[in-house]
Design a protein around this ligand. Structure first.
Ligand SMILES: *[C@@H]1O[C@H](CO)[C@@H](O)[C@H](O)[C@H]1NC(C)=O
Ligand SMILES: *[C@@H]1O[C@H](CO)[C@@H](O)[C@H](O)[C@H]1NC(C)=O
Length: 297
């Protein structure tokens, strides 16, 4: 309606001065934000003197993720609408006779970028009218991934990392140690979506629950890591336990193997003696140590 009014006024002025003007384009907002998945209106109004029979509107986007490869969004040419193949079913003009506004449905993060509408209306002279606006797609942070790297032995160092795949605006990332007191830890940022905490010369006091929290105005997510630091003496006894357990298992295996062999042999003993095929028996025994070694690995 506003566009029509402007159009009429401009028509009057132009008829007074008997002078042609190029198409003029205005965008009502230069920055538009929408929650991912929602529909968004991209505004572009134009004023022209000529009839709309040869009207041509081209919308293009320079994606935020690929600034060097602008692409077409939708085209209106003399009554025909052509959508970009990648956007078919998601983009449409609102009402071409009134404006060049388009609606983008089911928005995705990849839709973010700089949009331009270019309006040409021959025989209107001069350069086409151009409008530009930026579109941001907002999303809450995704669930972060907490990992730790290093050995949890006394005196070693360890790093806790937390990475989040998406979130617009860029989520704030923090690491806290929760027990026994909540302490905020200094975070080294690696890019905008990853943060690590490095703990040097760890001791039993560093044991506990560590939590990474990622948040932006749309939401908060967290993940955590439980760190148990073994003191060196504990570590040694742990190794001893592990070794003795392995030894125990090996002994049991050995006993089983001996039992099986014994059954095998006593079952076949008579047969072997009769047929004189003792070689096979030696073969089996020769392989035994190897089997044993495998059980140690
Ligand atoms: C976008 O959604 C609106 C409202 O739900 C609907 O009227 C319009 O047809 C949709 N556009 C496309 C291209 O599907
Ligand atoms: C590591 O920590 C222990 C006590 O927790 C301390 O005695 C030792 O000096 C520290 N070593 C280094 C290299 O900082």
């Amino acid at each position: 309606m506003e566009g029509l009014g402007l159009c009429v006024i401009t028509l009057l002025i132009s008829s007074v001065f008997q002078k042609a003007h190029p198409v003029r384009v205005t965008v009502r907002e230069t920055s538009v934000q929408v929650l991912r998945g929602d529909s968004v209106l991209l505004p572009c109004s134009f004023v022209t003197m000529a009839t709309l029979s040869r009207l041509n509107i081209i919308w293009t986007v320079t994606p935020l993720s690929e600034p060097s490869s602008p692409s077409q969004v939708i085209v209106y040419d003399r009554g025909q609408v052509i959508e970009s193949p990648s956007l078919i079913g998601r983009v449409s003009f609102r009402s071409v006779s009134l404006s060049a506004d388009i609606v983008l449905n089911s928005t995705r993060l990849s839709d973010a970028g700089t949009y331009r509408c270019v309006v040409n209306n021959p025989p209107e002279p001069g350069a086409p009218g151009i409008g530009e606006l930026s579109l941001s797609i907002l999303a809450p942070p995704s669930s972060p991934l907490c990992l730790w790297d290093g050995r949890a032995d006394e005196g070693d160092s360890i790093s806790l990392s937390c990475s989040v795949e998406e979130g617009v605006p860029v989520p704030e990332l923090r690491w806290d140690k929760l027990e026994p007191d909540q302490i905020s830890l200094p975070v080294n940022k690696e890019g905008s979506l990853k943060g690590t905490v490095r703990i040097l010369n760890i001791s039993a006091q560093n044991s506990g629950l560590y939590r990474c929290t990622v948040s932006n105005p749309l939401g908060t997510e967290a993940c955590s890591v439980e760190l148990s630091v073994y003191s060196t003496s504990h570590g040694a006894s742990g190794i001893l336990q592990a070794v003795s357990l392995t030894l125990c298992m090996a002994l049991v295996l050995l006993a089983l193997l001996a039992l099986v062999l014994w059954f095998h042999r006593s079952g076949h003993d008579r047969k072997w003696r009769e047929e004189g095929e003792e070689e096979e028996c030696y073969n089996e025994i020769r392989y035994t140590p190897e089997l044993l070694r495998k059980s140690f690995v």
